[in-house]
Design a protein around this ligand. Structure first.
Ligand code: ADP
Ligand code: MG
Length: 253
């Protein structure tokens, strides 16, 4: 299959107007090939989260276009955008955004409601993901009964539970100890090897180096794109990723 584009930004600007206008993104053009692994780095305030929110269909640009999975998000209705967000994209937010009254298992199982899978299967899949992020013994805990790093991992499991085509992670290892961070990055590698498009914001060089390339943002523009070689993803086994072949509500060719 030819390498298609998973995400395309074309001349994207995002301006916030609270008093003085702030150009959070100021003319960003970027193509993210399907199945690629891109890291985004840049100082605080350079527009990293703004870019992720646009790609995650949580916001629309002031100017320019953002296309996700071939569809321009500005032209989609609310329902279609919600559906795209729920099935195509898995988003790990900087602030986790867990539901406070749901336990870890329920939080992870939640996004599957979009997909018409029965409850037992949803819970089994959620349990499997929680085990893979090292939280098999915390499934019944509420978010406020978990540490920051554990909440981070619940958010990650939730982002991966629908086996999304695109995973967006905004500083996913910020609160994690070294061992957990390595586990999470290995999990990203597994998803990447199985064909998932990865887009990861980080301020840590060693995290970024897992990617194929690093996009450096500065003051809302792309300062440079650094290609990393030696990412030998060809020989990596994919057998530990189940469910890739099950198609999440595919209604298009
Ligand atoms: P980063 O994630 O790289 O730290 P952000 O994308 O969060 O940067 O922010 C980029 C710029 O846009 C910053 O100057 C920030 O203050 C501003 N900004 C971000 N979100 C908003 C908002 N909702 N309202 C106003 N200004 C914002
Ligand atoms: Mg940010």
């Amino acid at each position: 299959m030819a390498r298609e584009t998973a995400v395309a930004l074309d001349g994207v600007r995002k301006t916030y107007r609270i008093g003085e206008p702030v150009h959070a993104l100021d003319g960003v053009t970027l193509e993210v090939p399907r199945g690629s692994y891109t890291a985004i780095m840049g100082p605080s305030g350079s527009g990293k989260s703004t870019l992720m929110n646009l790609v995650g269909c949580l916001d629309t640009p002031t100017a320019g276009t953002v296309a996700v999975g071939g569809r321009t998000i500005g032209t989609l209705g609310d329902r279609e955008r919600t559906r795209l967000r729920g099935t195509e994209v898995g988003f790990v937010f900087q602030t986790f955004n867990l539901m406070p009254r749901l336990n870890a298992l329920e939080n992870v199982a939640l996004p599957q409601l979009f997909r018409g899978i029965d409850r037992a299967e949803r819970r089994e899949r959620a349990r499997d993901l929680l085990e893979r992020v090292g939280l098999g013994d915390r499934t019944d805990h509420l978010p406020n009964e978990l540490s920051g790093g554990q909440r981070q991992r619940v958010a990650l499991a939730r982002a991966l539970v629908n086996d999304p085509a695109i995973v967006l992670a905004d500083e996913p290892s910020g609160n994690l100890d070294t061992d957990t961070e390595a586990d999470i990055l290995d999990l990203f590698d597994e998803f990447h090897a199985a064909g998932t498009t990865m887009l990861v914001v980080t301020h840590e060089r060693h995290v970024a180096e897992r990617a194929d390339r690093i996009v450096h943002l500065l003051d809302g523009t792309i300062e440079r794109i650094e290609e990393l070689d030696g990412s030998a993803s060809d020989g990596v086994t994919t057998d530990s990723i189940a469910g890739r072949e099950s198609e999440p509500g595919a209604d298009s060719e």
